[in-house]
Design a protein around this ligand. Structure first.
Ligand SMILES: C[S@@+](CC[C@H](N)C(=O)[O-])C[C@H]1O[C@@H](n2cnc3c(N)ncnc32)[C@H](O)[C@@H]1O
Length: 210
């Protein structure tokens, strides 16, 4: 039985990109390798606690990684997403729902702020301070200004976790992160496509450190 009134109706009636396990058997029907599977793979690079940390999630979508980070103790989480990618899908409405749902379940307010806009513009905002982790999971390649975006991230990010695939310019982003002072800590092939019928190039996860 789902504890939050209206949750089942909301989850079932919306189109989701992120697959989110809300508990009690309620799961959003996003794509198989997005959401929970991506978060499980990100764990390989993350400490078990994010206590006191600042997290920036670029292209945060419905905000699953923001909520997970806050539940792991992050003191401040900012999620940025731009509604021009799939204008028919209301990710802002989903962010609000997902945040409130998990707040209700854990009985406390989660320190998450969502920003609607392009990541390439957000990362240029003055005085953002330093983020312990910047996530750009299957999102950084949507920027029209890759070099300026990576340069700006290099001013604010201590660690960056990326998900890329060949079709989305792995070579370009590998070169840019090195050029702007990051060191590759670890990377691995995610084997997403073994889990789905479609055959295409696979995703890779990267951990860069400043
Ligand atoms: C492939 S989805 C990945 C979503 C999420 N990071 C995940 O892995 O589950 C790409 C996301 O980036 C967002 N997006 C696309 N272009 C963007 C931009 N220029 N600035 C911010 N977000 C953008 C989309 O709205 C979408 O939520």
């Amino acid at each position: 039985m789902i504890a939050i009134a209206g949750a089942e109706e909301f989850v079932k009636s919306r189109s989701w990109y992120q697959t989110i396990d809300f508990g009690d058997g309620l799961v959003s029907k996003g794509c198989d390798w997005c959401g929970e599977m991506a978060w499980a793979n990100m764990q390989r690079f993350l400490p078990t606690s994010l206590e006191g940390m600042r997290i920036l999630d670029l292209g945060c979508n419905a905000g699953l990684f923001c909520v997970k980070s806050a539940l792991l103790g992050a003191k401040e989480v900012i999620g940025v997403d731009w509604n021009g990618w799939r204008p028919k899908w209301d990710f802002v409405e989903q962010q609000k729902f997902v945040k409130e749902y998990f707040e209700e379940r854990c009985g406390k307010e989660l320190p998450i702020k969502y920003v609607s806009g392009k990541m390439e513009e957000f990362v240029q905002t003055p005085n953002l301070g330093q983020f312990d982790y910047v996530f750009a999971i299957a999102s950084i390649y949507y920027t029209n200004t890759p070099e300026e975006t990576v340069r700006a991230i290099s001013d604010i990010g201590k660690n960056v976790i990326l998900r890329l695939r060949e079709a989305n310019r792995i070579e370009l982003f590998t070169r840019l992160f090195k050029q702007y002072g990051f060191t590759l800590v670890d990377s691995f092939q995610e084997k997403c496509w073994e889990k789905v019928v479609r055959q295409t190039d696979d995703f890779y996860m990267y951990h860069y450190k400043k």
